[in-house]
Design a protein around this ligand. Sequence first.
Ligand code: MSP
Length: 650
Amino acid sequence: MPETFYITTPIYYVNDKPHIGHAYTTLLADILARHHRATGRKVLFLTGTDEHGQKVAKAAAKREIAPQKHCDKMVKRFQDLWKRLEITNDDFIRTTEKRHVQVVRRILQDLYDKDLIYKADYEGRYCVPCERFFTDKDLGDEGECPECGRKTDEIVESNYFFRMGNYQDWLVDYIKSHPEFIQPPFRANETLGFLRQPLDDLCISRPKSRLAWGIELPFDSDYVCYVWFDALVNYITAPGFASDPERFDEFWPADIHLIGKDILTTHTVYWPTMLKAMGVELPKTIFAHGWWLSGSGKMSKSTGNVVNPMDMIDKHGVDAFRYFLAAEMSLGQDAVFSEDTFVSRYNSDLANDLGNLVSRAVKLIARNNDGIIPHPGAETALEEELKDAALSAAKTMDDSIENMKLDRGIAAVMAAAKAGNRYMEKTAPWKLAKSDPENRLDTVLLSVAELLRIVSGLLEPVMPSKTREIRERLGIQAGPASTAPLDKWEASVAGASVLDAGPVFPRIDTAKSAAGGKAEKQATIKNKKEPAMEDNEKTNTVDLITVDDFFKAKLKTAKILEAEKVEGADRLLRLQIDIGEEKRQIVAGIAQFYSPENLVGKSIVVVSNLKPAKIRGVESNGMLLAARIPAGGLGLVTLDGDIPPGCSVG
Ligand code: MSP
């Protein structure tokens, strides 16, 4: 029996159309599911929709249609998006399905029979327009509603409660003794912080007089179940709790519940206590990722800055979108979405590094060896180096997925692609003669093709279609090379016929793109900000500029006043600097080369008129200048003599 892997996404409310946040969690789950399937595990990947409760009832009322009809229409938008995003979920659960309603009612009845659910009066401040109770600490100074600012009323209502408070001490012990349970670890601390207050029992009912759209309580038909109690159960309904014990045993406990950081308490407090009361094992890991923000902060419908995934896919293609989301967000942290950053990352990573390498390799093989990947001759130190880059990318990708650091795995694979381009420059196969007795040309062509076999295989879960295209270009989409292991360097690609059919990742013309010329500028800036990502050897693609262009950048001398690490970002330092007329904060990707204490007091040069940006959620107002050393390493541009901050440089 193969080892199983059960992964879930939150089930999404059908009150609105899907946005980038929904797309991200589902995509992340898809990448992990594809990776684990490729390693031979039997995967259950579950997503779905949360169809009960007030939000959905309100959305239906607004459209003047019955809630079920509303759900039936809205669910399609999610299913269509998953199809478009090439999501490979094995099941899709809707909480209005019979299979789910039955399980929820059975659990409610069991807990009621065991006296773990009881009826009591609920007293609280209620906002009639928002139809919600609030606790005193949430209310405004005058007792007004925190959502709409209107007056709230003191209301007493009979309801049913789950004895969640019984499990407080047990849960604290469980979290402390199972460090893998809540990830990343700082989220476990957040939950433990929440559990420092007394844990109340959980109100799990809503009177139908107030909200009728939900699962009716099996022991009182005047009430429906609270939407979260209903929704969380989906994770056990799907693998067969109370319906298919064999399958349930096979997949439960889930390996990972992926969630966004805003639904941490429901998943790490309500859900484990519910399972404990039911006598069911807890999921192995609950992983909370950060949020996608827009440049101006939180995305919200009211500010009109919500990114529609369908628009991005229409414009730039599904794999480019998948790649960007996966590579840009450092798991656990917030990330900023902007089309400029999207375009610059695409052009730099995909068009320049990976795409160029594929085109060069395919063209050279087509021209020099009748389109057939040759058998290699003797290897030199250069091939050893390339092999190391490929195999270490394979190892890093594996480890990164295991440790939920997907962006690092992707960065390692892209570093291998860059190593491929460097290898090309060093070996210059276009200068090698076919008649060379050492078969040097054959070795070089084979080595680049082998590198691309590994790189494309490692990126397959992230970009399933584009990596297939790369393999088609190399002629290795079938045959022994198609299934050869990614952690072994072998000549399985030899003998395949390449297909020279144009670029796999055509460059996005930033002048034509709606993102405008800004994107191009950002691309260069970005690479400077994050030196550890390795610069790509772009010398041949950089155009000449005029002196006016140069002076658009206002370079100034600055003094570093304070320096500290950015939490959760290995490469970044947050610097407070003095630039003469003002003090500023900048974020620089130099943590691997400088320790904070060695920076304070240094005089440096910064670009002072750079548009502010958020890097890993931290505001940066400028960029420092540094020189990259080709063999690795980096040196700050410092000043000759005692020059005060604020002087212009140029
Ligand atoms: N229905 C509940 C989940 C029940 S799971 C048993 C729910 N649904 S939701 O549709 O509102 O949100 C679903 C997920 O989208 C959450 O994990 C949330 O964190 C995520 N996101 C919503 N906006 C987001 C961003 N801007 N960025 C990243 N994810 C965000 O909550």
